[in-house]
Design a protein around this ligand. Structure first.
Ligand SMILES: N[C@@H](CCC[C@H](N)C(=O)O)C(=O)O
Length: 307
């Protein structure tokens, strides 16, 4: 059944809660794009004590109803308006788009199987698999497009004043610095953003992934997300890590003509990521929508006024 809409904000604002490998999101169905969603309100929603709590917000808007997405409306009916937990806008969210697709299918807004979602990084194709024989929900796989590998010369990351380590600059629609470390505790407590230099390498800020090897084509990461802090998973980050690890290990599907697959463990689960000979990267993993409710209209209005 399609979730209630925002025609009557005085009756409260409907929301859902979902996660992909524990990267968690407040989902706001706003099909006709009527909600005013200032950064301060997003931050209140994502607050884990004073709000609902989440690493970000997924606003569900018809592409045709959103100025940034209208040019994509002929290819994707729905636009994922993604916001980080501090209210900042990001180009793309790999786990978010998988949860977004799960939501569309759960609500009957899209058929299971293949569907398209408009994002600020372009249209992303998503496959929502049916349930397994035991009834467990199938994985959600997204075509993340191609990685861009800007020059990484001189890019370094340091944490808690420790000696800087070299980092690989990978862009998955959003910016990443990937650092190979000897142990994930090298990332420290990640309460504060790691120091990434030179600043000119990332004029719009950066997500930072710390990576260790677990085995052949198997790595594990911790991540500090731009605008959200340390999270339990980051889909674009996992893809950036996969590409950095593959190049380090001598794999380049575009040159080799064969796909390469890595298992990427995140604190909240596991993602399986393949780079194809045409450069496209696909990422598969679980995506769950687990709750729904209504945000009190007065609470919403107080936050919406906080521009
Ligand atoms: N968690 C996301 C990435 C969200 C955006 C990121 N914090 C940014 O600002 O670029 C993912 O799963 O990719």
């Amino acid at each position: 059944m399609t979730h209630a809409q925002h025609d009557d904000p005085d009756g409260g604002v409907p929301f859902l809660k979902g996660h992909g490998t524990e990267n968690d999101f407040v989902i706001l169905p706003d099909h006709e794009g009527r909600l005013d969603l200032p950064a301060a309100l997003v931050a209140r929603l994502c607050d884990r004590r004073a709000g609902i709590g989440g690493d970000g917000v997924l606003r569900v808007v018809r592409s045709a109803a959103h100025p940034e997405a209208a040019p994509m409306a002929d290819r994707a009916e729905w636009f994922m308006d993604y916001r980080n937990a501090d209210g900042s806008v990001a180009e793309m969210c790999g786990n978010g788009v998988r949860v977004f697709a799960r939501h569309l299918v759960d609500e009957g807004l899209a058929e299971p199987g293949d569907l398209a979602v408009a994002t600020r990084a372009g249209v992303r194709r998503v496959h929502v698999a049916g349930p397994g024989p035991d009834g467990t929900p199938g994985d959600v796989t997204v075509d993340m497009g191609r990685a861009v590998l800007p020059d990484s010369t001189g890019v370094e990351v340091s944490v808690d004043g420790r000696a800087p380590r070299p980092a690989r600059n990978v862009n998955m629609g959003n910016p990443h610095a990937v650092v190979f470390v000897d142990g994930l505790d090298e990332a420290g407590d990640l309460f504060r953003p790691p120091l990434v230099t030179p600043p000119a390498a990332y004029p719009d800020g950066v997500n930072v992934e710390f990576v260790v090897d677990r085995g052949p084509r198997h790595v594990a990461l911790r991540v500090h997300e731009r605008g959200s802090g340390e999270t339990r998973s980051c889909g674009t980050g996992a893809c950036a890590v996969m590409v950095a690890a593959a190049r380090r290990d001598g794999h380049d599907p575009a040159a080799d003509g064969v796909p390469v697959t890595y298992t990427v463990d995140v604190p909240g689960g596991r993602l399986v990521i393949t780079e194809h000979p045409d450069g496209r990267i696909t990422m598969a993993g679980p995506a769950v929508v687990l709750a729904r409710g209504t945000i009190d209209a007065g609470w919403w209005r107080a936050g919406a006024g906080a521009h």
